[in-house]
Design a protein around this ligand. Sequence first.
Ligand code: CO
Length: 134
Amino acid sequence: MLGRVNHIAIAVPDLATAAGSYRDVLGATVTAPQALPEHGVTVVFVELPNTKVELLEPLGEASPIASFLEKSPSGGMHHVCYEVEDILAARDRLVEGGARILGDGNPKIGAHGKPVLFLHPKDFFGTLIELEQV
Ligand code: CO
């Protein structure tokens, strides 16, 4: 069911600083900031030869990463995104197996304009998993 790692996401308190650090100190290609109000985050992507790193900054008052940054004020690894071919088939299989889908259980459109779902971290060894249909 799982395909490639699409991206690894890091929550950061200040996106401009983090993007600058990846660009200028680590020498990576970084995309322009993209606000995703439906997800409560602003993102940039660090483009690497084999995958991407997503840097996330809270957007709005009900940002889902606000409590994460309260516990880890300097930032930290937030989720891993795996590709799937059919997100609804993947969801149904996961629900049947007892895994919990965050939110209302239906895919939302993610940063790449494709459907995404998040799985409860307690069902997967403390790691928040995002699935993206490609
Ligand atoms: Co993501």
